[in-house]
Ligand binder design. Structure first.
Ligand code: FCB
Length: 454
């Protein structure tokens, strides 16, 4: 096998990502309001072994030390999210200055170390007070989000150039409102489609306000989507059609409105039959496609899909690929899927600039007797994905940066603390952090701005 280094473009950005509820803890400190995840975690049976994000990694109190670790890693950028309920404890109206203070200090400390903040405004932790008014199923929430986005960017926009409105609206809509495995834990198809629409609307409503609040020339506003290419389980036409249906349900439903101002016609036709069409106002789709600078791609696996009449209203099912490798999440390791996806986004959806805003893997990491965490599987996973990203860039895909999920082991939603995704190991008894081997390896990638061939 050839050796050598695949160099990334000079301006390529290397970072790591987290989300507020997964790391901050301090769930009721300094006037923070309750969020839907605070509430959801308290319902027995929702989360693995009853874990909660009450303390999580205690990043709220340890962020200065965490930034030292980021510096040690050589990170050029850090993607994190803001807890809406720290800023507006009731979701709107009364501002909590201490919440703003925290993010001001975080941003200042990052910038002092030369690490660029990339901020996500919504990573799933809706203020519970808004859920009590109907949550994302209520159109008003889109306007409350617009006010929240305006306030945060007014406060931080003089120092932060890169903003994402949402993280994975499909996950909020479907896992939160159709499958009931994420907060707020609802199972209602029609509502899930309405929620998806309001999430997209809230994005579109906020873009120009955010843009006005940021003074820098290099400002970039975008949205992050969870995306996976759909592969048909066989050569049969029915499987190919099922793979396309699934892609359009899970991904096209968000990509098409954002990129071309319409919902996928094939899915609309099915929803019409079931009475699931979202209610919308005449201007909504125009607002949703307000131009943005980038789309953030969260990539973890591909989907292998077969036709399965009667399984669900879209008649698809997943197939477990034979002879494949899986992570601790049960997700197939399929790096080439990243390349295939990036090409598809660029060629078929004519997406703007792209960032990988999340990619990484959970494995069974243990502290060795030498005190270190040897995680060769994670290094292999990342290396192979970086190579595929490089391949896409070589073929013209405007990929501008890569954020590894995650900076440190953290609260993995319904799996609690049982899945470790970090470059940094978190000891949940002592909250001590230890760099894993993958962190040192990643430092080298960043230093060289490249990854080994082969
Ligand atoms: C993504 C989420 C992120 C994390 C990873 C593993 O869907 O955005 O918070 O849970 O998966």
């Amino acid at each position: 096998m050839a050796t050598g280094i695949l160099k990334f473009p000079d301006e390529f950005i290397w970072g790591a990502a987290t989300a507020a509820y997964q790391i901050e803890g301090a769930y009721a400190d300094d006037g923070k309001g309750e969020s839907i995840w605070d509430r959801f975690c308290r319902v027995p049976g929702n989360i693995f072994e009853g874990h909660t994000g009450d303390i999580a990694c205690d990043h709220y109190h340890r962020f200065l030390d965490d930034i030292k670790l980021m510096k040690n890693l050589g990170l050029q950028a850090y993607r994190f999210s803001i807890a809406w309920a720290r800023i507006f404890p009731e979701g709107h109206g009364r501002l909590n200055p201490k919440g703003i203070d925290f993010y001001n200090r975080l941003v200042d400390a990052l910038i002092a170390e030369g690490i660029q903040p990339y901020i996500t405004l919504y990573h799933w932790d809706l203020p519970q007070a808004l859920q009590d008014k109907g949550g994302w199923a209520n159109r008003d929430t889109a306007y409350y989000f617009q006010d929240y986005a305006a306030e945060v960017t007014r406060q931080l926009g003089d120092r932060v150039d890169h903003w994402m409105t949402h993280n994975e609206p499909a996950v909020t809509a479907y896992l939160g409102h159709l499958y009931g495995i994420h907060a707020p834990g609802l199972k209602d198809y029609k509502m899930a489609i309405q929620v998806a629409h309001h999430l997209l609307l809230s994005h579109g409503l906020s873009v120009s306000i955010i843009r006005d609040n940021i003074k820098s020339e290099s400002k970039e506003i975008g949205i992050t989507l969870n995306l996976s290419p759909s592969y048909p389980a066989s050569d049969a036409a029915a499987d190919l059609e099922a793979a396309n249906r699934y892609f359009n349900f899970n991904h096209g439903w968000f990509l098409e409105p954002l990129c071309s101002g319409q919902y996928p016609a094939s899915i609309l036709a099915i929803y019409e039959k079931y009475g699931y069409l979202p209610s919308m106002q005449p201007d909504d789709l125009r607002i949703i496609k307000t131009p943005i600078e980038f789309i953030g791609v969260n990539f973890y696996f591909r989907d292998l899909v077969k036709n399965a009449p009667g399984k669900n209203i879209l008649n698809y099912d997943f197939v477990k690929p034979p002879d494949a490798k899986f992570t601790e999440m049960g997700w197939e390791v399929y790096p080439e899927g990243l390349y295939v996806l990036l090409k598809k986004l660029y060629l078929e959806y004519k997406t703007p600039k792209l960032y990988i805003t999340e990619n990484g893997a959970a494995f069974q990491d243990k502290k060795s007797p030498d005190g270190k965490i040897h995680d060769p599987l994670r290094i292999d996973y990342l290396q192979r994905h970086f190579q595929q990203a490089h391949r896409a860039i070589q073929e013209g895909v405007p990929l501008a940066g890569y954020f590894v999920w995650s900076l440190m082991d953290n609260f993995e939603w319904s799996f609690g603390f049982s899945k470790r995704f970090g470059l940094i190991y978190t000891d949940y008894q002592t909250l001590e952090r230890t760099l894993k081997d993958s962190a040192s390896w990643y430092r080298q990638v960043i230093e060289q701005n490249g990854v080994l061939i082969g």
